[in-house]
Design a protein around this ligand. Structure first.
Ligand code: PLP
Length: 420
C-alpha cells in the first residue's frame, strides 16, 4: 500500500494512537461526538482539492458543478432539519459562523449582550480576550444565585437599560432549556436583533428533543460537530432569506476564502443522517443518558449546577467535596474517562483550576450506551473522585480497578472496529 503507514509512519502512528485512545476510553466531553463512516468518507474525499469561492451556481472558479451539488444537498438538508428559510454551510468553525453574523449586523463599538463565560457562555459571545470582546462594547448577563438559571427579569432590565444592537442566547456549559420566546420578546422590547448560538444542543433540536430557536431568532448559528454529529465546522441559519444575503456576503468575501468542500460534503452526510427517524431516538437517548449519569453522581453526594440537567450536559460543582476541576479531570482520565474541568457560576478558582467538571452524553450514546451504562459511569466517576478527595494524589488502586472496568465496557461497545 502507499498509505500513510508506508509514506509517513511517524504521522500514521499519531493517528493510530488517537483512534485507539477514542476506542479505549469513555468520551464524556460534552462538545464531542463520534461521526459515522459516511461522514469520515466524505471528509476524507478529493473534494478537499477543489476551490469554490462563491455559492452554488455563482462561483469564481470553473469545474464547480459537482461540489455545487454537494453544497446544495447540505443547504437543503439543513433547512429541512431546522425549518429554516436560509442556510449557509460554509463557516469553517462555530467561531467563524458567529463572526460572520457580527460582520453582517454590527459596527465596531456596538453594544452586544451575551451569557457570561463563568455562567456557561462562549468566548465568542463577547469575552475579553476574544475578537468579540475587543471590537464590540460587550456586556454580559449571568444566572440567578439561587438556581443557576438565566434570570429573564434581570436580563430584561439590563437590556432595556443598555439597548444593545445584538442579544446572544446559548452557551457551552448551560445544562438547562433556554426560553427562546422570552428572549425574542426582550429583543423586540429593546430594539435588538436576537442571535441564538445553538452549537451545543443543535443535535437535540434536530432530533426534536430540545426547543427549536429558528422560529424565534433573527439568526441561529451552530457548530456541526457536537450533538449534531457531523464534521468539525459551523453553519448559519435564518427564517429570513433577505437577512441571509447579508450573512452570505459576510462569510464570503467578508471573512473566508475558499470553502472546505470536503467538510461541506461531510455536513451533507451528517444532515442526511439527522433527518432519519432514528436520530430522534438518538436525541432523546442523549438526554435520558445524561440524566442517568448526573443522577448517579447526585446519589453519591455530588452537587449539580442548577440541580440537574435538561440536556446532553451536566456541570458538577466540586466545591462541597473540596476538590478542584483540574485534579478531578486528571484523575478521571487516569481511570479511562475523559471530560473537562469547567468554571461554575461565580467560581472562586482560576480558569486553569476551576471548581467544576463538565460531563456529557453525546459520544457515549452514539457508541450505544444506555441509561444503565451511564448510571454505572456516574458511579465510577464518584468512586474515583471520592478516592481523590481522601488523597489528593489520587488512589492508584481505585483508578486502576475502575480503569479496567471502563476498558471492559468499551470492548462491549466498539467504535470503528475496522480501524483497530
Ligand atoms: N459557540 C458555542 C456555544 C460553542 O460551544 C463553541 C465551541 O466550543 C463555539 C461556538 C465555537 O466553535 P468552534 O470551536 O468550531 O470555533
Amino acid at each position: 500500500s502507499t498509505g500513510l503507514g508506508q509514506t509517513d509512519p511517524e504521522l500514521a502512528a499519531a493517528i493510530r494512537d488517537e483512534i485507539h485512545r477514542q476506542q479505549d476510553q469513555i468520551e464524556l466531553i460534552a462538545s464531542e461526538n463520534i461521526v459515522s463512516r459516511a461522514v469520515l468518507e466524505a471528509q476524507g474525499s478529493p473534494l478537499t482539492n477543489k476551490y469554490a469561492e462563491g455559492y452554488p451556481g455563482k462561483r469564481y472558479y470553473g469545474g464547480c458543478e459537482h461540489v455545487d451539488r454537494a453544497e446544495t444537498l447540505a443547504i437543503d438538508r439543513a433547512k429541512a432539519l431546522f425549518g429554516a428559510e436560509y442556510a449557509n454551510v460554509q463557516p469553517s468553525s462555530g467561531s467563524q459562523a458567529n463572526q460572520g453574523v457580527f460582520l453582517a449586523l454590527l459596527q465596531p463599538g456596538d453594544a452586544i449582550l451575551g451569557l457570561s463565560l463563568d455562567a456557561g457562555g462562549h468566548l465568542t459571545h463577547g469575552a475579553r480576550p476574544n475578537l468579540s470582546g475587543k471590537w464590540f462594547d460587550a456586556h454580559h448577563y449571568g444566572v440567578r444565585e439561587t438556581d443557576a438559571q438565566i434570570d429573564m427579569d434581570a436580563l430584561r432590565a439590563q437590556a432595556m437599560e443598555l439597548k444593545p444592537k445584538l442579544i446572544i442566547a446559548g452557551g457551552s456549559a448551560y445544562p438547562r432549556v433556554i426560553d427562546f420566546a422570552a428572549f425574542r420578546e426582550i429583543a423586540d422590547a429593546c430594539g435588538a436583533r436576537l442571535m441564538v448560538d445553538m452549537a451545543h444542543f443543535a443535535g437535540l433540536v434536530a432530533g426534536g428533543a430540545y426547543p427549536n430557536p429558528v422560529p424565534h431568532a433573527d439568526v441561529v448559528t451552530t457548530t456541526t460537530h457536537k450533538t449534531l454529529r457531523g464534521p468539525r465546522g459551523g453553519m448559519i441559519l435564518s427564517r429570513d432569506a433577505e437577512l441571509g444575503k447579508k450573512f452570505n456576503s459576510a462569510i464570503f468575501p467578508g471573512l473566508q476564502g475558499g470553502p472546505l468542500m470536503h467538510v461541506i460534503a461531510g455536513k451533507a452526510a451528517a444532515f442526511g443522517e439527522a433527518l432519519r427517524p432514528d436520530f430522534k431516538d438518538y436525541a432523546k437517548a442523549v438526554i435520558a443518558n445524561c440524566k442517568a449519569m448526573a443522577g448517579a453522581l447526585e446519589d453519591a453526594g455530588y452537587a449539580l449546577v442548577s440541580g440537574g440537567t435538561d440536556s446532553h450536559l451536566a456541570l458538577v460543582d466540586l466545591r462541597p467535596k473540596k476538590l478542584t476541576g483540574d485534579i478531578a479531570e486528571k484523575a478521571l482520565e487516569r481511570a479511562g474517562m475523559t471530560c473537562n474541568k469547567n468554571g461554575v457560576p461565580n467560581d472562586p478558582e482560576k480558569p486553569t483550576v476551576t471548581s467544576g467538571l463538565r460531563i456529557g452524553s453525546p459520544a457515549g450514546t452514539t457508541r450505544g450506551f444506555g441509561t444503565a451504562e451511564f448510571a454505572q459511569i456516574g458511579r465510577w466517576m464518584a468512586e474515583v473522585l471520592d478516592a481523590l478527595a481522601a488523597n489528593p494524589a489520587g488512589d492508584a488502586e481505585v483508578e486502576r480497578r475502575v480503569g479496567d472496568e471502563v476498558k471492559a465496557l468499551t470492548v462491549r461497545f466498539p467504535i470503528y472496529p475496522e480501524l483497530r
